[in-house]
Design a protein around this ligand. Structure first.
Ligand code: ADP
Ligand code: MG
Length: 430
């Protein structure tokens, strides 16, 4: 972990790219919110995927059930993180390209609020006080907590709690505590429970207000529930109960579906953004500028052609299933083998193909226990945290609330901090 990233003589202007990423965040918030409210678009977009991907199908079933019963929730809260890499252009400049947007359990807002002080301290110890002053301030945990606070206020029950759905073996608790502490400072109480606890001790009253251990819940904040392995049959029941409730879910099931790779791919199709965000050509243009090449693998000519292109130039593509949490994408030879296996099977519709982003590598030190400190070639991934709150049809909050920079050695195609590959970093704009 060290401060100086992406400053190279080829003119990777980090300040401009950072500014662009911040500027487009409110557009992404609006877009995710629009997708989550468009049941017809979600159904059409995911129709081929849910035939072949059981996890997405289960989520979609819950979405359908909630729609059928009628949505009790009136306040909606999005806490997301849009991730980018800096694509190296032929002329040596760099372009901001989105990797994906995380609409559930977007993490590291808490820890990223602490790392500027670490890097400033290291630089100050080295008497580099001017450099230390250049490390950007960053406090996503405060902004994320402000979003939860607004949703809690709009829910409108002074004694209601925030229910954080936590994993059984949570390794990232300190990241979450930073947000919990911000809420506690505003006198909003957070309880941490697992899906199992929900299925044993949660209930709905006749107005579908949610009660956990007898206490009313205003906001459910998921830090679990984004991977198949996190759901036993009992946990699926618990998720359905939460979704049926009046409590503000962060995210509600439709917003989780809006964050799937399949939706991301369909959003890049010509005319789709225009349909979802009518009369907003500037917003559409800002969003489009960050899209890399994304290709459907649905059966048919378009998918056949994408597969042929990927097989002809494997180093230029990534194959992605509908999964979160890292470590699921396929590259290079593994991608070729998978495509050969899938190419004549309907199963291919559960994947998408993406253009591989190639950032300019730079030398940096990754500080980690048990590893010697030495300069290695690295690439970075930038994330911007977005927060929005909607009451009925009215967007009452739409903000960006901070950034995350993760840096890893170039030999790792996939994997982030949780996978033990990347380290938390700070941008050092020049
Ligand atoms: P997940 O939802 O599992 O985190 P991502 O789409 O974020 O999946 O991919 C995981 C990691 O793989 C990213 O953090 C990035 O390092 C790498 N990656 C993903 N897509 C691309 C791409 N198009 N080009 C280059 N690297 C990519
Ligand atoms: Mg993700």
């Amino acid at each position: 972990m060290f401060a100086e990233t992406c400053v190279n003589e080829n003119g990777c202007h980090l300040s401009a790219l950072l500014e662009q990423a911040y500027a487009v965040q409110m557009d992404f918030n609006m877009l995710v919110d629009a997708v989550s409210q468009d049941a017809a678009f979600l159904e059409q977009t995911l129709s081929s995927t849910i035939k072949r991907d059981n996890f997405t199908a289960r989520l979609f079933d819950i979405h359908k059930q909630v729609l059928k019963e009628g949505i009790a929730q009136t306040v909606f809260l999005g806490l997301n993180r849009s991730d980018y890499m800096f694509q190296r252009n032929a002329d040596g400049s760099a372009a901001l390209k989105q990797i994906e947007i995380n609409t559930i359990s977007a993490s590291f807002g808490g820890l990223a609020s602490r790392t500027p002080a670490v890097h400033r301290h290291v630089l100050n110890v080295l008497s580099k006080t001017q450099e230390a002053a250049k490390i950007l301030s960053n406090n996503p945990s405060k902004g994320l907590a402000l979003g939860i606070t607004r949703a809690w206020e709009l829910y409108g029950s002074a004694n209601a709690l925030v229910l954080l759905i936590a994993q059984e073996k949570e390794r990232n608790i300190f990241d979450q505590r930073a947000i919990e502490n911000e809420l506690l400072a505003r006198n909003i109480h957070v309880i941490r429970r697992r899906f199992e606890d929900v299925s044993e001790k949660a209930s709905l009253d006749q107005d579908r207000r949610l009660f956990m251990d007898g206490q009313e819940v205003a906001v459910v904040y998921f830090r679990d529930g984004y991977m198949p392995s996190q759901y036993s049959p009992q946990n699926w029941e618990a998720r359905l109960l939460l979704e049926r409730s009046r409590a503000v879910k962060c995210p509600d099931i439709a917003t989780q579906l809006a964050g799937t790779k399949k939706v991301q791919q369909e959003l890049s199709r010509m005319g789709v953004l225009e349909m979802l965000l009518p009369g907003q050509p500037e917003t559409v243009a800002r969003l489009h500028a960050t899209f890399a090449g994304l290709y459907s693998l649905d059966m048919g000519e378009e998918g056949d052609q994408a597969i042929a292109e990927a097989l002809a130039a494997p180093s230029q593509f990534v194959l992605k299933p509908q999964r979160e949490g890292g470590g699921n994408n396929l590259y290079g030879e593994e991608m070729v083998q998978a495509l050969e296996r899938l190419k004549d099977s309907e199963e291919r519709a559960s994947y998408i193909l993406m253009e591989k982003i190639e950032p300019e590598p730079f030398g940096n030190c990754l500080l980690r226990p048990g590893s010697p400190v030495r300069v290695v070639q690295c690439i970075s991934e930038l994330g911007i945290f977005g927060v929005y709150v909607r009451q009925g049809k009215t967007l009452v909050m739409n903000k960006h609330v901070g950034h995350l920079l993760r840096t890893k050695a170039i030999e790792h195609a996939d994997g982030g901090v949780a996978a033990g590959v990347a380290v938390l970093d700070n941008p050092y704009p020049v």
